[in-house]
Design a binder for this molecule. Structure first.
Ligand code: ADP
Length: 404
């Protein structure tokens, strides 16, 4: 019985690339040897979308119980050469997170590996400080910012921009690890600095946010690109709780946001999904962050558009035709299912949640920890209130609360 190409973990660990190549060509003429670096819920949903198209990606997981690793053939690596070895088994690799050494990715691309997105996009997306500088140099709207090398940088910044300010980690942390701190005073800032002293930090001016928006663009290597309906994200305690589409913004702001996102995707040669996080402030749109991968705010696209962000990401990185991205309902609401201190496992309450008819339940198979994203629910309706009500009931049920 021949082994499928993706089941290559043992070959990789033995560094038997040739064996692997020979097996691949003799067994599997399919052209799509796709690898996903990361195995959280974003990779899980990307994997599911690829499987729908007849493609079974390999995953570079960190832990055996990563959300995607639970649902897919995978390999778990922990040694430093893991990524290079993994890349040897793939023709194209894509990323679900930013915790990857940039130098290593540069070397891979120099060696001919197809990274999607490519290194030009990755450099901008993986390093918030570099991202801010590049955007500023292009005259685009970003909050004022500076690098933090020590307390003096924070105090100098405060003397110009005042308090509060926002301290951020330049590089992404581990899943669930906080990356932004709004600080009101010198003592709060110095506390963050001492607690996060081992991370590269930056500080930026606090923005008077009216709404937080996310524009998802999906782009093929040829440059053809599509935007999804703009979403509005609602945070509580620093965690994204709710995603709504369409965002309740005017036509002018929506057009500006879409044009900005499309321009950024072109400027950075994005391939796949580029998520553009925006603050709508009293002074207009400000760019918060670019993420070059499917994004949490795009969960609404699974049921709320004809082609989910995950499927279109797969299509784009394989240079296949993109699918339509319009909204299929007047209102779509996703609520995240976040673990509480009671450590309730939403799977125990699946039956109750499924009685809320019309709601789509997605659980990621994760152990329930406080603050951890365990799943999400999506509801559609004729208006936002109707969709919110359905989603809220299902989310409450999954968290063991009775909401009707
Ligand atoms: P992370 O990527 O770690 O989630 P973000 O940069 O997205 O970090 O910041 C998390 C949240 O903090 C944002 O969604 C927003 O609510 C708030 N925030 C971030 N930057 C600012 C800012 N400059 N001014 C005001 N609030 C901010």
């Amino acid at each position: 019985m021949p082994e499928p190409w993706y089941n290559a973990g043992r070959w990789v660990l033995a560094s038997c690339r040739r064996d692997y190549d020979r097996n691949v060509t003799s067994q599997r003429p399919a052209p799509y040897k796709l690898g996903i670096v990361g195995a959280g819920q974003i990779a899980r949903m990307t994997h599911q979308a690829a499987v729908k198209l007849g493609i079974t990606p390999r995953l570079l997981a960190e832990e055996h119980d990563d959300a995607a690793a639970l649902a897919a053939p995978h390999a778990v690596f922990s040694h430093p050469d893991a990524l290079s070895a993994f890349a040897d088994t793939c023709e194209i690799i894509t990323f679900e997170h930013e915790r990857i050494d940039l130098g290593l990715l540069e070397r891979l691309e120099d060696d001919g590996m197809v990274l999607r997105p490519g290194i030009k996009t990755i450099r901008v997306a993986f390093d918030k400080m570099h991202q801010r500088r590049v955007l500023l140099n292009r005259g685009l709207p970003v909050p004022p910012f500076t690098e933090v090398r020590g307390p003096d940088d924070i105090l100098d910044f405060a003397s110009v921009y005042g308090w509060p300010m926002v301290i951020k980690s330049v590089r992404a942390g581990a899943p669930g690890e906080r990356g932004a701190w709004i600080v009101e005073s010198e003592s709060e800032a110095l506390k963050v600095l001492s607690e996060q002293g081992n991370r590269q930090l930056m500080v930026e001016g606090f923005q008077a946010i009216v709404k937080e928006l996310v524009v998802l663009v999906v782009r093929r290597p040829s440059g053809s690109a599509r935007c999804y309906p703009i979403t509005e994200v609602i945070h509580a305690d620093g965690v994204c709780k709710e995603i709504r589409a369409p965002a309740s913004i005017g036509h002018r702001v929506a057009t500006e946001a879409r044009e900005l996102a499309l321009r950024l995707a072109d400027d950075f040669d994005a391939v796949g999904v580029l998520a553009v996080e925006l603050f709508l402030t009293t002074d207009g749109l400000v760019i918060n962050e670019l993420a070059a991968r499917p994004h949490n705010a795009g969960h609404i696209t699974i049921e709320g558009t004809p082609t989910s962000q995950f499927e279109n990401h797969v299509r784009a990185i394989l240079d296949l035709p993109l699918g339509p991205t319009w909204a299929t309902a007047p209102a779509i609401v996703t609520m995240n299912v976040i673990g509480g201190f009671d450590r309730i496992d939403p799977t125990d309450h699946l039956a109750e949640a499924l009685t809320v008819e019309g709601v789509q339940v997605h659980l990621y198979g994760k152990q329930p920890w406080p603050g951890r994203k365990l799943g999400h629910v999506t509801a559609m309706g004729d208006d936002l209130e109707q969709a919110r009500d359905l989603a809220r009931r299902a989310e409450a049920a999954l968290n063991g609360r009775r909401a009707w």
